[in-house]
Design a protein around this ligand. Structure first.
Ligand code: URA
Length: 425
């Protein structure tokens, strides 16, 4: 077998055989296929696609490139969730302790942000002392003692994906449904969770801007999970406007704590409860009551123990930015649009995100919203507040926010897009 014949097959719109897929994924992981060859193949896949059987085999080959974790010795059923990423998407933070408080174990392997989307690990690192890397034994012990863990995936899990994702990131080959689906699902299947709920986002702040493509991605991932014996459900959710009232690391932790304390913005609470209900049902606990676990403080209690188990101080004050800058509403009326991508870009430029993998992020940087679409705004009152330790970046953030919102005359009513657009299983 050789790389050139595999590339030619896909370049000429052919079907890759099982042998070709197993060989190329394995050989690339071992360093026997060069990055330039794999990037040519990834581009051919992006342009010409893969059918369901090819995607399934590609996923299986990525799983086989590394170790598989096994949580069957735990006394509780396991459930995990994956979001395809968006602006202000802090849902994992309240969700993992909430689901654990309701009786499931949540082995949540999470990532860092890149570009305009935030990452769960960056958000949690704004909690003083908290560390993202755990050994497999530490992860297991925390799951047993606390019930929830949010950490970085170990290097042994789907190493083919780690290499290939880094290559796709710099070769314009991220936005391929077969490659995204196999990347996400290989990690989740190798992780060994018993149930998986996917939050597939559609809209300006998402990878998939278009609902039809997001639905296709969701259906592909649900098919892959269920074919591998992993109970998988997907919610298709709106990402045309940010989730909640904050985008940024410490800002989002603060908002998550409000949710865990029984308050918080309505959309964050709605999605947290909907995903919790799906995870608990998929884990075989359909009678659990996640709303009660938010009200009675049991989810907050798991949060504190989860943070402390990873070296964090749940009582320590969260960092605040050196400088804040209000963005006033230019007119009085009703906010009818606030674009997720623009807010994400502004938060990124203020220092909440990174341009390259190795860049540091500012814990306190980000954007605070004072109104959501459908709500009234007053001329001269803040519509947004920018937070940063590097005020010289404020003009760039303001440029990102130009034309990012619309205000209609007072009294206008808005036909709001539902937050949860569809459910696939
Ligand atoms: N997240 C992943 O893990 N992989 C992708 O390809 C895209 C998003």
């Amino acid at each position: 077998m050789d790389a050139i014949s595999v590339i030619r097959t896909k370049r000429d719109r052919g079907r890759l055989t099982d042998e070709q897929i197993d060989w190329v994924v394995g050989a690339y992981t071992r360093g026997e296929v060069a990055d330039e060859q794999m990037s040519a193949l990834a581009m051919a896949i992006l342009l010409n696609g893969m059918d369901r059987d090819e995607i399934a085999r590609w996923t299986a080959a990525m799983i086989a490139s590394g170790e598989r974790m096994d949580f069957t010795a735990l006394p509780r059923p396991t459930a995990d969730k994956h979001s395809t990423g968006g602006i202000g998407d802090k849902i994992t933070l309240p969700l993992a302790p909430l689901v654990a408080a309701c009786g499931a174990a949540v082995p949540q392997l999470s990532g860092r942000g890149l570009g305009h989307t935030g990452g769960t690990l960056d958000k949690l690192e704004s909690v003083p002392g908290w560390r993202a890397s755990l050994s497999n034994d530490e992860m297991m012990a925390t799951l047993r003692d606390v019930g929830a863990v949010i950490c970085a995936p170990g290097t042994g899990l789907a190493p083919a994906d780690r290499k290939l994702y880094a290559l796709r990131d710099v070769t314009g080959t991220v936005e391929s449904i077969p490659l995204i689906a196999s990347s996400i699902m290989s990690k989740k299947i190798a992780e060994g969770t018993g149930a998986l709920v996917l939050d597939v986002k559609a809209g300006s702040g998402a990878f998939m801007k278009d609902v039809g493509r997001a639905r296709e991605l969701a259906a592909t991932m649900v098919g892959l999970g269920n074919d591998h014996g992993l109970r998988t459900v997907a919610l298709l959710t709106d990402m045309s406007t940010p989730l909640g009232l904050t985008a940024g690391n410490a800002l989002e932790v603060r908002e998550s704590l409000e949710v865990l304390a029984g308050g918080g913005p309505a959309d964050v609470v709605e999605l947290t409860l909907a995903l919790a209900a799906e995870m608990l049902t998929a884990a075989g606990l359909p009678d659990a009551d996640p709303a009660k676990a938010l009200r009675d403080g049991s989810a907050m209690d798991v949060w504190r123990r989860m943070i402390a188990a990873q070296g964090g101080d749940p009582a320590a004050p969260l960092p605040t930015a050196r400088e804040t800058h209000p963005v006033p509403a230019p007119t009085t009326g009703v906010l009818t649009r606030l674009d997720a991508y623009a807010v994400g870009l502004a938060a990124w430029r203020l220092g909440a995100g990174r341009a390259r993998k190795e860049d540091p992020v500012q814990a306190a940087a980000g954007v605070e919203l004072h109104a959501k679409p459908g709500q009234p705004v007053q001329a001269g009152q803040p519509l947004l507040t920018l937070h940063t330790d590097t005020p010289e970046r404020i003009p760039e953030a303001l440029a990102a926010l130009e034309s990012s919102y619309d205000i209609a005359p007072p009294g206008t009513t808005l036909d709001r897009t539902p937050l949860i657009l569809d459910r696939l299983d």
